[in-house]
Design a protein around this ligand. Structure first.
Ligand code: BG6
Length: 478
Protein backbone atom coordinates (compact mmCIF):
# COMPACT_ATOMS: atom_id res chain seq x y z
CA UNK A 1 0.00 0.00 0.00
CA UNK A 2 1.60 3.31 -1.01
CA UNK A 3 2.12 5.98 1.60
CA UNK A 4 1.96 9.77 1.29
CA UNK A 5 5.17 11.66 0.45
CA UNK A 6 7.19 12.30 3.57
CA UNK A 7 10.11 14.18 5.07
CA UNK A 8 11.93 11.81 7.41
CA UNK A 9 14.70 13.21 9.58
CA UNK A 10 16.96 10.59 11.15
CA UNK A 11 18.73 12.01 14.19
CA UNK A 12 21.72 9.77 14.76
CA UNK A 13 21.70 9.31 10.99
CA UNK A 14 25.32 8.12 10.92
CA UNK A 15 24.87 5.62 13.76
CA UNK A 16 24.78 1.87 13.85
CA UNK A 17 21.01 1.43 13.77
CA UNK A 18 20.64 3.87 10.89
CA UNK A 19 23.28 2.03 8.86
CA UNK A 20 22.21 -1.49 9.69
CA UNK A 21 18.45 -1.20 9.69
CA UNK A 22 16.79 2.10 8.94
CA UNK A 23 18.57 3.13 5.72
CA UNK A 24 18.73 -0.31 4.07
CA UNK A 25 15.08 -0.78 5.10
CA UNK A 26 14.08 2.47 3.45
CA UNK A 27 15.95 1.48 0.32
CA UNK A 28 14.03 -1.79 0.18
CA UNK A 29 10.75 0.11 0.44
CA UNK A 30 11.99 2.40 -2.33
CA UNK A 31 12.71 -0.61 -4.53
CA UNK A 32 9.26 -1.99 -3.76
CA UNK A 33 7.79 1.28 -5.06
CA UNK A 34 6.45 2.21 -1.65
CA UNK A 35 8.40 5.40 -1.14
CA UNK A 36 6.55 7.99 -3.18
CA UNK A 37 8.24 10.51 -5.36
CA UNK A 38 8.96 13.76 -3.58
CA UNK A 39 9.86 12.08 -0.28
CA UNK A 40 13.08 13.03 1.44
CA UNK A 41 15.33 11.33 3.96
CA UNK A 42 17.52 13.70 5.90
CA UNK A 43 20.38 12.38 7.97
CA UNK A 44 21.16 14.59 10.96
CA UNK A 45 24.08 14.02 13.28
CA UNK A 46 26.99 15.78 14.91
CA UNK A 47 29.63 14.62 12.43
CA UNK A 48 30.74 17.20 9.89
CA UNK A 49 29.79 15.68 6.56
CA UNK A 50 28.53 16.86 3.19
CA UNK A 51 25.44 15.43 1.55
CA UNK A 52 27.68 13.71 -1.00
CA UNK A 53 29.68 12.04 1.73
CA UNK A 54 26.50 10.99 3.49
CA UNK A 55 25.12 9.50 0.28
CA UNK A 56 28.30 7.49 -0.02
CA UNK A 57 27.79 6.25 3.55
CA UNK A 58 24.19 5.30 2.76
CA UNK A 59 25.26 3.49 -0.39
CA UNK A 60 27.89 1.55 1.60
CA UNK A 61 25.30 0.71 4.27
CA UNK A 62 22.91 -0.62 1.64
CA UNK A 63 25.70 -2.73 0.14
CA UNK A 64 26.74 -4.10 3.52
CA UNK A 65 23.40 -4.56 5.26
CA UNK A 66 20.87 -4.60 2.44
CA UNK A 67 20.86 -8.38 2.30
CA UNK A 68 22.10 -8.58 -1.27
CA UNK A 69 19.13 -6.64 -2.53
CA UNK A 70 19.09 -6.34 -6.27
CA UNK A 71 17.14 -3.57 -7.91
CA UNK A 72 16.90 -2.24 -11.39
CA UNK A 73 19.96 -0.32 -12.54
CA UNK A 74 19.81 3.30 -11.48
CA UNK A 75 17.49 2.64 -8.55
CA UNK A 76 20.15 3.26 -5.94
CA UNK A 77 21.02 6.59 -7.55
CA UNK A 78 17.37 7.60 -7.59
CA UNK A 79 17.10 6.67 -3.91
CA UNK A 80 20.26 8.57 -3.02
CA UNK A 81 18.85 11.64 -4.75
CA UNK A 82 16.19 11.74 -2.07
CA UNK A 83 18.83 11.61 0.68
CA UNK A 84 20.59 14.61 2.18
CA UNK A 85 22.52 15.47 5.31
CA UNK A 86 22.64 18.33 7.78
CA UNK A 87 25.28 18.54 10.50
CA UNK A 88 23.15 19.08 13.56
CA UNK A 89 23.95 19.68 17.20
CA UNK A 90 21.34 18.05 19.43
CA UNK A 91 22.55 20.03 22.43
CA UNK A 92 23.24 23.31 20.67
CA UNK A 93 21.66 25.40 17.94
CA UNK A 94 23.93 24.40 15.05
CA UNK A 95 22.16 23.07 11.97
CA UNK A 96 18.58 23.56 13.13
CA UNK A 97 17.73 26.50 10.90
CA UNK A 98 19.04 24.64 7.87
CA UNK A 99 17.13 21.53 8.87
CA UNK A 100 13.93 23.50 9.26
CA UNK A 101 14.48 25.03 5.83
CA UNK A 102 14.20 21.57 4.29
CA UNK A 103 10.78 20.83 5.78
CA UNK A 104 7.78 21.23 3.50
CA UNK A 105 4.30 22.19 4.57
CA UNK A 106 2.16 19.69 2.72
CA UNK A 107 4.25 16.63 3.58
CA UNK A 108 4.13 14.11 6.41
CA UNK A 109 6.92 14.89 8.89
CA UNK A 110 8.60 12.20 10.92
CA UNK A 111 11.59 12.54 13.23
CA UNK A 112 13.43 9.36 14.10
CA UNK A 113 15.34 9.66 17.40
CA UNK A 114 18.00 7.06 16.67
CA UNK A 115 20.07 8.37 19.57
CA UNK A 116 20.49 7.62 23.27
CA UNK A 117 17.52 8.54 25.50
CA UNK A 118 19.55 11.27 27.20
CA UNK A 119 19.08 13.34 24.00
CA UNK A 120 15.32 12.84 23.65
CA UNK A 121 14.49 15.96 25.65
CA UNK A 122 16.99 18.13 23.79
CA UNK A 123 15.69 17.04 20.41
CA UNK A 124 12.02 17.39 21.33
CA UNK A 125 12.56 20.87 22.71
CA UNK A 126 14.51 22.07 19.66
CA UNK A 127 12.00 20.64 17.22
CA UNK A 128 9.52 22.99 18.82
CA UNK A 129 11.74 25.98 19.33
CA UNK A 130 12.85 25.94 15.70
CA UNK A 131 9.29 25.56 14.49
CA UNK A 132 9.78 22.14 12.92
CA UNK A 133 7.19 20.22 14.90
CA UNK A 134 3.61 20.53 13.73
CA UNK A 135 0.55 18.95 15.41
CA UNK A 136 0.68 16.20 12.75
CA UNK A 137 4.38 15.44 12.90
CA UNK A 138 5.58 12.18 14.47
CA UNK A 139 8.56 11.17 16.53
CA UNK A 140 9.98 7.67 16.63
CA UNK A 141 11.94 6.43 19.64
CA UNK A 142 13.82 3.21 20.21
CA UNK A 143 14.39 0.93 23.12
CA UNK A 144 15.75 0.98 25.71
CA UNK A 145 12.84 3.13 26.79
CA UNK A 146 14.14 3.79 30.29
CA UNK A 147 16.12 1.60 32.63
CA UNK A 148 13.34 1.17 35.16
CA UNK A 149 9.93 2.62 35.98
CA UNK A 150 11.28 5.90 37.25
CA UNK A 151 13.42 6.65 34.19
CA UNK A 152 10.66 5.51 31.82
CA UNK A 153 8.21 7.86 33.53
CA UNK A 154 10.70 10.69 33.26
CA UNK A 155 11.18 10.01 29.53
CA UNK A 156 7.44 9.89 28.95
CA UNK A 157 7.06 13.16 30.83
CA UNK A 158 9.83 14.81 28.81
CA UNK A 159 8.32 13.78 25.50
CA UNK A 160 4.84 14.73 26.68
CA UNK A 161 5.99 18.32 27.22
CA UNK A 162 6.35 18.70 23.48
CA UNK A 163 4.36 15.92 21.81
CA UNK A 164 0.97 14.36 22.26
CA UNK A 165 0.85 10.58 22.83
CA UNK A 166 -0.70 10.15 19.37
CA UNK A 167 2.53 11.59 17.88
CA UNK A 168 4.92 9.28 19.75
CA UNK A 169 5.94 5.97 18.13
CA UNK A 170 7.88 3.75 20.57
CA UNK A 171 9.45 0.94 18.58
CA UNK A 172 9.60 -2.64 19.73
CA UNK A 173 10.89 -4.27 16.59
CA UNK A 174 9.31 -7.60 17.56
CA UNK A 175 5.91 -6.08 16.81
CA UNK A 176 7.09 -5.41 13.27
CA UNK A 177 7.88 -9.05 12.60
CA UNK A 178 5.47 -10.69 10.19
CA UNK A 179 5.09 -13.78 12.36
CA UNK A 180 4.38 -11.76 15.48
CA UNK A 181 1.52 -10.00 13.75
CA UNK A 182 0.40 -13.37 12.55
CA UNK A 183 -0.27 -14.31 16.17
CA UNK A 184 -3.25 -12.00 16.08
CA UNK A 185 -4.45 -13.41 12.78
CA UNK A 186 -4.20 -16.97 14.10
CA UNK A 187 -6.01 -16.17 17.30
CA UNK A 188 -8.73 -13.89 16.04
CA UNK A 189 -9.11 -14.97 12.43
CA UNK A 190 -9.90 -18.61 13.18
CA UNK A 191 -12.86 -20.13 14.93
CA UNK A 192 -10.80 -23.17 15.82
CA UNK A 193 -8.51 -21.88 18.54
CA UNK A 194 -10.16 -19.12 20.51
CA UNK A 195 -12.81 -21.24 22.28
CA UNK A 196 -9.99 -23.40 23.68
CA UNK A 197 -7.66 -20.50 24.44
CA UNK A 198 -8.01 -20.39 28.23
CA UNK A 199 -7.09 -22.05 31.50
CA UNK A 200 -9.75 -24.70 31.10
CA UNK A 201 -8.08 -26.22 28.05
CA UNK A 202 -4.53 -24.94 28.05
CA UNK A 203 -2.07 -26.65 30.36
CA UNK A 204 0.69 -24.11 29.93
CA UNK A 205 2.36 -21.80 27.42
CA UNK A 206 6.07 -21.62 26.60
CA UNK A 207 7.71 -18.60 25.04
CA UNK A 208 11.31 -19.08 23.93
CA UNK A 209 13.57 -16.54 22.26
CA UNK A 210 16.93 -18.23 21.90
CA UNK A 211 19.97 -16.67 20.28
CA UNK A 212 23.34 -18.11 19.30
CA UNK A 213 25.17 -14.78 19.38
CA UNK A 214 26.92 -13.51 22.48
CA UNK A 215 26.96 -9.90 23.63
CA UNK A 216 30.02 -9.28 21.46
CA UNK A 217 30.85 -5.60 21.11
CA UNK A 218 27.74 -4.46 22.99
CA UNK A 219 29.08 -5.39 26.42
CA UNK A 220 29.02 -1.83 27.74
CA UNK A 221 25.28 -1.48 27.17
CA UNK A 222 24.34 -5.07 27.85
CA UNK A 223 26.05 -5.49 31.17
CA UNK A 224 23.93 -2.68 32.60
CA UNK A 225 20.78 -4.30 31.22
CA UNK A 226 20.90 -8.06 31.18
CA UNK A 227 18.37 -10.36 29.55
CA UNK A 228 15.54 -9.12 31.74
CA UNK A 229 15.79 -5.50 30.64
CA UNK A 230 17.09 -6.21 27.15
CA UNK A 231 14.55 -8.83 26.10
CA UNK A 232 11.90 -9.72 28.69
CA UNK A 233 10.64 -6.27 29.64
CA UNK A 234 9.92 -5.52 25.99
CA UNK A 235 10.02 -8.29 23.38
CA UNK A 236 8.90 -11.27 25.47
CA UNK A 237 6.35 -9.13 27.25
CA UNK A 238 4.86 -8.12 23.92
CA UNK A 239 4.66 -11.74 22.81
CA UNK A 240 3.02 -12.67 26.09
CA UNK A 241 0.48 -9.88 25.65
CA UNK A 242 -0.45 -10.93 22.13
CA UNK A 243 -0.87 -14.55 23.20
CA UNK A 244 -2.80 -13.80 26.37
CA UNK A 245 -4.90 -10.70 25.63
CA UNK A 246 -8.65 -10.62 25.20
CA UNK A 247 -9.90 -10.07 21.66
CA UNK A 248 -9.90 -6.33 20.97
CA UNK A 249 -13.17 -5.06 19.50
CA UNK A 250 -11.28 -3.99 16.41
CA UNK A 251 -7.78 -3.89 15.03
CA UNK A 252 -7.21 -0.32 16.02
CA UNK A 253 -4.31 1.16 17.98
CA UNK A 254 -5.98 1.88 21.27
CA UNK A 255 -8.28 -1.14 21.21
CA UNK A 256 -5.25 -3.43 20.85
CA UNK A 257 -3.06 -1.55 23.30
CA UNK A 258 -5.80 -1.39 25.94
CA UNK A 259 -6.01 -5.17 25.89
CA UNK A 260 -2.24 -5.62 26.07
CA UNK A 261 -2.06 -3.25 29.00
CA UNK A 262 -4.66 -5.30 30.90
CA UNK A 263 -2.48 -8.39 30.55
CA UNK A 264 0.61 -6.65 31.90
CA UNK A 265 -1.37 -5.25 34.80
CA UNK A 266 -2.72 -8.71 35.61
CA UNK A 267 0.75 -10.29 35.77
CA UNK A 268 1.50 -11.55 39.26
CA UNK A 269 4.82 -10.82 40.92
CA UNK A 270 7.12 -13.77 40.24
CA UNK A 271 8.36 -15.86 43.16
CA UNK A 272 12.16 -15.89 43.10
CA UNK A 273 12.16 -19.68 43.10
CA UNK A 274 10.57 -19.37 39.70
CA UNK A 275 13.35 -17.33 38.15
CA UNK A 276 16.58 -18.82 36.81
CA UNK A 277 19.36 -16.52 35.70
CA UNK A 278 22.39 -17.70 33.75
CA UNK A 279 25.63 -16.49 32.24
CA UNK A 280 27.45 -18.25 29.40
CA UNK A 281 30.89 -19.63 30.01
CA UNK A 282 33.74 -19.83 27.50
CA UNK A 283 34.34 -22.46 24.85
CA UNK A 284 36.56 -22.85 21.80
CA UNK A 285 34.24 -20.63 19.77
CA UNK A 286 34.35 -17.65 22.03
CA UNK A 287 35.00 -15.99 25.36
CA UNK A 288 32.75 -16.18 28.39
CA UNK A 289 30.15 -13.56 29.17
CA UNK A 290 32.38 -12.05 31.83
CA UNK A 291 35.23 -11.79 29.34
CA UNK A 292 32.90 -10.27 26.76
CA UNK A 293 31.85 -7.52 29.15
CA UNK A 294 35.34 -7.27 30.63
CA UNK A 295 34.14 -7.65 34.19
CA UNK A 296 35.28 -10.82 35.98
CA UNK A 297 32.67 -10.27 38.70
CA UNK A 298 29.67 -9.32 36.58
CA UNK A 299 26.36 -10.64 37.92
CA UNK A 300 24.33 -9.65 34.90
CA UNK A 301 22.31 -12.43 33.29
CA UNK A 302 22.70 -13.40 29.64
CA UNK A 303 19.94 -15.98 30.11
CA UNK A 304 16.71 -15.95 32.03
CA UNK A 305 13.90 -18.43 32.47
CA UNK A 306 10.83 -17.79 34.55
CA UNK A 307 7.38 -19.03 35.39
CA UNK A 308 4.70 -16.34 35.37
CA UNK A 309 1.01 -16.24 36.13
CA UNK A 310 -1.66 -13.94 34.85
CA UNK A 311 -4.34 -13.31 37.43
CA UNK A 312 -7.47 -12.99 35.41
CA UNK A 313 -10.55 -15.02 34.55
CA UNK A 314 -9.09 -16.48 31.38
CA UNK A 315 -5.68 -17.55 32.65
CA UNK A 316 -5.86 -18.16 36.42
CA UNK A 317 -3.80 -21.29 37.13
CA UNK A 318 -2.14 -21.60 33.70
CA UNK A 319 1.61 -20.99 33.90
CA UNK A 320 3.46 -19.06 31.23
CA UNK A 321 7.09 -20.14 31.03
CA UNK A 322 9.40 -17.61 29.43
CA UNK A 323 13.04 -18.04 28.52
CA UNK A 324 15.57 -16.16 26.51
CA UNK A 325 19.33 -16.18 26.31
CA UNK A 326 22.48 -15.68 24.31
CA UNK A 327 25.01 -18.22 23.05
CA UNK A 328 22.44 -21.00 23.16
CA UNK A 329 22.23 -24.08 20.99
CA UNK A 330 20.20 -22.53 18.20
CA UNK A 331 18.64 -19.30 17.07
CA UNK A 332 14.98 -20.06 17.46
CA UNK A 333 11.97 -18.16 18.69
CA UNK A 334 8.83 -20.07 19.33
CA UNK A 335 5.59 -19.87 21.24
CA UNK A 336 4.04 -23.20 22.21
CA UNK A 337 0.51 -23.54 23.50
CA UNK A 338 0.34 -26.92 25.22
CA UNK A 339 -3.21 -28.14 25.62
CA UNK A 340 -4.41 -30.32 28.47
CA UNK A 341 -4.80 -34.08 28.27
CA UNK A 342 -8.12 -35.42 27.07
CA UNK A 343 -10.29 -35.82 30.19
CA UNK A 344 -10.48 -39.59 29.90
CA UNK A 345 -8.50 -42.06 27.87
CA UNK A 346 -10.77 -44.67 26.32
CA UNK A 347 -7.63 -46.48 25.15
CA UNK A 348 -6.49 -47.31 28.67
CA UNK A 349 -3.42 -46.35 30.66
CA UNK A 350 -1.04 -47.96 28.16
CA UNK A 351 -1.88 -45.35 25.57
CA UNK A 352 0.30 -42.89 27.52
CA UNK A 353 -0.01 -39.14 27.59
CA UNK A 354 -0.91 -37.41 24.34
CA UNK A 355 -1.35 -33.72 24.04
CA UNK A 356 -2.10 -31.24 21.35
CA UNK A 357 0.56 -28.61 21.04
CA UNK A 358 0.24 -25.57 18.83
CA UNK A 359 3.75 -24.27 18.18
CA UNK A 360 4.16 -20.97 16.39
CA UNK A 361 7.69 -20.57 15.04
CA UNK A 362 8.55 -16.88 14.92
CA UNK A 363 12.04 -17.24 13.45
CA UNK A 364 13.75 -18.77 11.60
CA UNK A 365 11.78 -21.22 9.46
CA UNK A 366 8.60 -19.29 10.20
CA UNK A 367 5.49 -21.37 10.43
CA UNK A 368 3.18 -23.33 12.67
CA UNK A 369 2.90 -26.90 13.85
CA UNK A 370 -0.10 -28.51 15.46
CA UNK A 371 0.59 -31.84 17.11
CA UNK A 372 -2.36 -34.14 16.67
CA UNK A 373 -2.81 -37.58 18.17
CA UNK A 374 -3.59 -40.39 15.74
CA UNK A 375 -3.52 -44.16 15.70
CA UNK A 376 -0.12 -45.66 15.15
CA UNK A 377 -0.44 -47.39 11.79
CA UNK A 378 -0.15 -51.15 11.70
CA UNK A 379 -1.67 -54.19 13.25
CA UNK A 380 -0.43 -53.52 16.79
CA UNK A 381 -3.81 -52.59 18.20
CA UNK A 382 -4.93 -49.19 19.33
CA UNK A 383 -1.62 -47.50 19.98
CA UNK A 384 -1.45 -43.75 19.81
CA UNK A 385 1.05 -41.45 18.20
CA UNK A 386 1.47 -37.67 18.01
CA UNK A 387 2.15 -36.31 14.56
CA UNK A 388 2.60 -32.70 13.49
CA UNK A 389 0.43 -30.87 11.02
CA UNK A 390 3.24 -28.71 9.80
CA UNK A 391 2.94 -25.45 7.92
CA UNK A 392 5.93 -23.50 6.77
CA UNK A 393 5.17 -20.00 5.57
CA UNK A 394 7.87 -20.24 2.92
CA UNK A 395 6.26 -23.36 1.42
CA UNK A 396 2.68 -22.25 1.85
CA UNK A 397 3.10 -18.71 0.63
CA UNK A 398 6.02 -19.04 -1.77
CA UNK A 399 7.76 -15.84 -2.86
CA UNK A 400 5.21 -13.66 -1.01
CA UNK A 401 6.63 -14.87 2.30
CA UNK A 402 10.15 -13.96 1.24
CA UNK A 403 9.26 -10.52 0.00
CA UNK A 404 7.55 -9.45 3.22
CA UNK A 405 9.18 -6.29 4.56
CA UNK A 406 11.37 -6.74 7.58
CA UNK A 407 10.33 -5.42 10.97
CA UNK A 408 11.92 -1.98 10.64
CA UNK A 409 10.63 -1.34 7.15
CA UNK A 410 7.11 -2.16 8.14
CA UNK A 411 7.23 -0.06 11.28
CA UNK A 412 8.68 2.98 9.52
CA UNK A 413 5.93 2.79 6.92
CA UNK A 414 3.36 2.59 9.72
CA UNK A 415 4.82 5.78 11.17
CA UNK A 416 4.31 7.52 7.84
CA UNK A 417 0.76 6.18 7.65
CA UNK A 418 0.10 7.37 11.19
CA UNK A 419 -0.85 3.91 12.44
CA UNK A 420 0.20 3.31 16.05
CA UNK A 421 -1.17 -0.22 16.46
CA UNK A 422 2.27 -1.84 16.42
CA UNK A 423 3.91 0.69 18.74
CA UNK A 424 3.99 0.69 22.51
CA UNK A 425 1.97 3.25 24.34
CA UNK A 426 3.52 5.10 27.27
CA UNK A 427 1.34 3.42 29.89
CA UNK A 428 2.19 -0.02 28.50
CA UNK A 429 5.91 0.61 28.85
CA UNK A 430 5.47 1.90 32.38
CA UNK A 431 3.32 -1.07 33.39
CA UNK A 432 5.97 -3.44 32.03
CA UNK A 433 8.65 -1.74 34.13
CA UNK A 434 6.38 -1.75 37.17
CA UNK A 435 6.27 -5.55 36.91
CA UNK A 436 9.97 -5.97 36.09
CA UNK A 437 11.50 -3.62 38.67
CA UNK A 438 10.68 -5.59 41.84
CA UNK A 439 12.03 -8.79 40.28
CA UNK A 440 15.35 -7.13 39.49
CA UNK A 441 15.48 -5.45 42.89
CA UNK A 442 14.74 -8.84 44.46
CA UNK A 443 17.73 -10.61 42.95
CA UNK A 444 19.95 -7.64 43.56
CA UNK A 445 18.96 -7.63 47.25
CA UNK A 446 19.72 -11.37 47.47
CA UNK A 447 23.05 -10.87 45.71
CA UNK A 448 21.97 -13.56 43.29
CA UNK A 449 24.81 -14.92 41.16
CA UNK A 450 23.74 -16.23 37.74
CA UNK A 451 24.45 -19.88 37.02
CA UNK A 452 27.13 -20.52 34.41
CA UNK A 453 25.95 -22.46 31.36
CA UNK A 454 27.79 -24.04 28.49
CA UNK A 455 27.69 -22.09 25.25
CA UNK A 456 25.77 -24.11 22.68
CA UNK A 457 23.54 -25.63 25.38
CA UNK A 458 19.92 -24.89 26.27
CA UNK A 459 20.91 -22.79 29.27
CA UNK A 460 21.53 -23.71 32.91
CA UNK A 461 20.28 -27.03 34.34
CA UNK A 462 18.12 -25.11 36.77
CA UNK A 463 16.04 -23.85 33.88
CA UNK A 464 15.23 -27.44 32.97
CA UNK A 465 14.38 -28.12 36.60
CA UNK A 466 11.98 -25.18 36.65
CA UNK A 467 9.80 -27.21 34.30
CA UNK A 468 10.62 -30.69 35.57
CA UNK A 469 9.44 -29.79 39.06
CA UNK A 470 6.03 -29.13 37.53
CA UNK A 471 6.07 -32.38 35.55
CA UNK A 472 6.61 -30.51 32.30
CA UNK A 473 9.46 -29.96 29.93
CA UNK A 474 10.74 -27.33 27.56
CA UNK A 475 10.35 -28.03 23.91
CA UNK A 476 13.64 -28.61 22.26
CA UNK A 477 15.21 -25.56 20.65
CA UNK A 478 16.36 -26.58 17.20
C1 BG6 B 1 17.38 -6.47 20.57
C2 BG6 B 1 18.27 -6.80 21.74
O1 BG6 B 1 16.33 -5.63 20.98
O2 BG6 B 1 16.85 -7.67 20.03
C3 BG6 B 1 19.38 -7.74 21.31
O3 BG6 B 1 18.83 -5.61 22.26
C4 BG6 B 1 18.80 -8.96 20.63
O4 BG6 B 1 20.18 -8.13 22.43
C5 BG6 B 1 17.83 -8.56 19.53
O5 BG6 B 1 19.88 -9.70 20.07
C6 BG6 B 1 17.11 -9.76 18.98
O6 BG6 B 1 16.37 -9.38 17.84
P1 BG6 B 1 16.09 -10.40 16.66
O7 BG6 B 1 15.21 -9.63 15.73
O8 BG6 B 1 17.39 -10.79 16.09
O9 BG6 B 1 15.37 -11.56 17.30
Amino acid sequence: IPVDPFDLVIFGGTGDLARRKILPGLFRRFCAGQMPEGSQIIGAARSEMTTDEYRQMVSDAVAEFGGGLTCEAGTLDAFLNAVSYVTTDAKGDGGWVELNGKMRDDTVRAFYFSVGPSLFGDLAERLHRFGMATPESRIVVEKPFGHDLETARALNATLAQHFHETQIYRIDHYLGKETVQNLMAVRFGNMLFEPLWNAQYVDHIQITVAETVGVGGRGGYYDKSGAMRDMVQNHLMQLLCLIAMEPPAKFDPDAVRDEKLKVIRALEPVDWHHIVRGQYGADKNGPSYRDDVEDPKSRTESFIAMKCHISNWRWAGTPFYLRTGKRLKARASEIAVVFKDAPHSIFGADAGRHRNVLAIRLQPNEGMTLDVTIKEPGPGGMRLLDVPLDMSFAEALGPDAEEAPDAYERLIMDVIRGNQTLFMRGDEVEAAWAWTDPLIEGWQARNDVPKTYDPGSSGPEDALMLMHRDGRKWREVK
